[in-house]
Design a binder for this molecule. Structure first.
Ligand SMILES: Nc1ncnc2c1ncn2[C@@H]1O[C@H](COP(=O)(O)OP(=O)(O)OP(=O)(O)O)[C@@H](O)[C@H]1O
Ligand SMILES: [Mg+2]
Length: 271
């Protein structure tokens, strides 16, 4: 229980993950309350994706515990029923939606597949829910019937979000989910995420290099360096008054509002 008596939807305690001799995640602990959002920031290789992969069960923790909705998920599920329940607790949207979508499956059948897995609903109810989710993520009827290859990056990312939401998760993990998209599409997907956050009780973990996005979407932030949490707190406090030199450095190394994506004399070159 948290201090205010609310049960966390997710609790990560003393998580450690080693790959051979490399310690990718070292003694990481945090809690996520219902409807709240947490950012994990830190330089490339800091261990952010590894934490996410361990939480969803794609990697096994070396030590430490992960509890979602009161259920221990540090060990692999023992039955398909338990696996499905875990899928309803935590869903993840990956960085590249193209590789996480089946190229032969239309957007709506990809979403329907998740509904069939998690709910014992008849065809009519599923059809209605698919339409609702498509509407939610802003895909029209034609886009819903399209295969991934005929959708744009932003549209594919929305299919991935709709698919994750179809499971009805308590926690949604977004790992650099908008980083690969161009700026205007990024804004659309971010607005969608802000919308979902405001209108449902889903909790988020947002992994991002973009501190403006972190500021817009999250309540709390943890700063990871070499697998260890060096700073944590309310997002505004961490970003505006960073205490750790590493956070200060991280903040100084990212573009500011008003930043233009070119250097003097080299228009069009991303800096
Ligand atoms: N399957 C793996 N086998 C071996 N080492 C791995 C594996 N996955 C990750 N690592 C290593 O663990 C460390 C953390 O990687 P991770 O992908 O979690 O970083 P990250 O913070 O997500 O970085 P980025 O911002 O670049 O995505 C890195 O040194 C990486 O090389
Ligand atoms: Mg990563």
């Amino acid at each position: 229980m948290a201090d205010d008596g609310v049960m966390p939807v997710l609790e990560v305690a003393r998580l450690r993950k080693e790959f051979g001799g490399l310690i990718a995640v070292d003694d990481v602990s945090f809690r996520l309350l219902p409807g709240r959002s947490l950012a994990i920031v830190g330089e490339s290789g800091a261990g952010k994706t590894t934490i996410a992969r361990v939480i969803v069960g794609l990697e096994r923790a070396t030590s430490g515990t992960i509890t979602a909705c009161g259920h221990d998920r540090s060990r692999p599920p023992r039955s398909s029923r338990e696996r499905r329940r875990q899928g309803r607790e935590v869903q993840m949207v990956f960085q590249d939606p193209y590789t996480s979508l089946d190229p032969r499956q239309s957007a709506e059948s990809a979403v329907d597949e998740v509904l069939r897995l998690h709910h014992r609903w008849g065809a009519d109810r599923r059809r209605a829910r698919v339409a609702e989710l498509m509407d939610r993520v802003g895909l029209d009827a034609r886009q819903s019937r399209a295969l991934p290859r005929s959708l744009s990056g932003g549209q594919r990312q929305r299919v991935a979000v709709a698919r994750a939401l179809a499971a009805g998760p308590m926690v949604l993990i977004l790992d650099e989910s908008v980083a690969a998209l161009d700026v205007s599409i990024q804004a659309q997907v971010l607005n969608l995420l802000a919308d979902i956050r405001d209108s449902s009780n889903v909790s988020y973990i947002l992994i991002s290099h973009d501190l403006a996005v972190v500021r817009q979407l999250t309540d709390e932030t943890i700063v990871l360096r070499h697998g260890t949490v060096v700073e944590r707190g309310p997002t505004a406090r961490v970003l505006d008054h960073p205490e750790h030199p590493y956070t200060q450095q991280l903040r100084a190394s990212v573009p500011r509002p008003g930043w233009k994506p070119w250097r003097r004399g080299r228009p069009g070159v991303l800096s």
